[in-house]
Every structure is written in C-alpha cells, then in structure tokens.
Design a protein. Structure first.
Length: 229
C-alpha cells in the first residue's frame, strides 16, 4: 500500500473486537471493544462511528483489511461478510490477514508462539522462528501437543515468546513441555490489534482478496453442521 492513503482494519474473531484507521502515514484511531459473547453485533455501526469521529465517509477509504480467522465461527463470518459488502459497495480492494500472524507480527526477530483458545481442549496455534519462518503451521491442536512440536524444532537454548488468549487459557500445558524457555507476553500482547493488521498489508507482498471466492480460515469444522443425506 502506498503512503498517503486511508485504510480501515477490523477483526471480530474473538470476544474482543479490534478496529483501526490509518490515515496517510499513521494510525489515527484504534478501538478495542468487547463483543458481548463474541457475537460481533453492530460492526457496521461501529465502522460508521469510527469514520464519523474523523469526519470521514466510507467513500474516503482507499482499502480495507479483514481478519480471516481462525477464531469464533460467527465472528469470523461476520467480519468477512461485512468488509466484503463494504468493499463491493465502494469498489475498493479488500485484504485478508491471519489473526495468528497478526498476534506474532509485533514480535518479529524472536521465536513466537501465537495461540487462541479454540475450546474443546484445543488451541488454534502456530509458531515462527526469529527469521519469520514457520516452525509450526496454523492448526487446531491440544496445547501440550503444540508445545511438543515447537520444542522439537527449537534451536538449542532458544526461548519462545507466547502470545494470545490461548496461552493464558493453557499456560500450564505449555509450561509442562517448554518450561523456563517459555516467556509470556504482556497483557497487551495477548490481544489481536488492528494496527498490526494494517502494518502487514503496508509491508507489501499481498494481493487483494477475490471477493467472490474468499473464505474464512476455520482450521476445523464447526460444532453445528448440516447433516448429510
């Protein structure tokens, strides 16, 4: 993305809705809102309120950034559908980002484990080495099994920075395998932050989503499914 443009980023994949507005060369607004149980109701109204705060209209946006998941099935569907609809109406490009990559993004240069609580005894997790290469790809997996896979691939004496609400929910399981090599992020590090979503797009190398075919990144099947006949 070229400097001097206006971008909006939104995420509702967890119970903490994240939004940010980039104007010209900096983040001008960042909101983090509880979504009342992860339902992500009122996202369109929140977008309108954020733009109004800056005296902007949706047509002033040059591009949009949405999270693709993983996370709450409802939350991921809502944010993608809302941002797709806005992109179609405005004729603007829509970019998508993985929320696990977004959690890890501010900590480039370190070994990072990013995890979200996936319920059912699992996390959505992934890990990267200090060069930004994947150690463990994104997957739904028990926390202790994720820690085991990371430990198998860690360079000798390397430490792991752990971020995301899955780390808080499954800290003991992670520590059983990684022990003192595990460093917990700060409280802020465990939240998905919309500015990091925009920064990933600013870094380049991404193509806009195909609005007709793009799908959420679920990593596993939802609890409720239509029976096959």
């Amino acid at each position: 993305m070229r400097p001097g443009r206006i971008a909006l980023a939104c995420d509702t994949s967890t119970e903490q809705q994240a939004m940010a507005l980039w104007e010209h060369d900096r983040i001008t607004v960042e909101w983090s809102l509880a979504t009342r149980g992860g339902t992500s109701r009122g996202l369109a109204e929140d977008i309108a309120a954020m733009l109004a705060r800056r005296g902007l209209h949706p047509r002033d946006l040059d591009l949009l950034v949405t999270s693709l998941g993983p996370g709450s099935f409802t939350g991921v569907r809502v944010v993608l559908a809302t941002l797709k609809g806005l992109a179609m109406a405005l004729g603007r490009p829509l970019f998508g980002v993985d929320v696990l990559e977004t959690l890890a993004w501010p900590h480039r240069g370190r070994v990072v484990l990013a995890a979200l609580d996936a319920r059912r005894g699992e996390v959505y997790g992934a890990a990267w080495d200090a060069d930004g290469c994947l150690l463990v790809p994104s997957q739904a997996i028990p926390a202790e099994a994720l820690a085991e896979r990371i430990a198998e691939r860690l360079p000798p004496e390397a430490r792991v920075l752990a971020v995301g609400d899955g780390v808080l929910a499954w800290r003991e399981a992670l520590e059983r395998r990684l022990g003192t090599r595990l460093d917990l992020g700060s409280p802020r590090d465990h939240l998905i932050r919309a500015p990091a979503m925009i920064e990933q797009v600013l870094a380049g190398g991404r193509s806009p989503l195909d609005l007709a075919s793009s799908e959420p990144l679920y990593l596993r099947l939802p609890d409720a499914q239509v029976p096959r006949t």
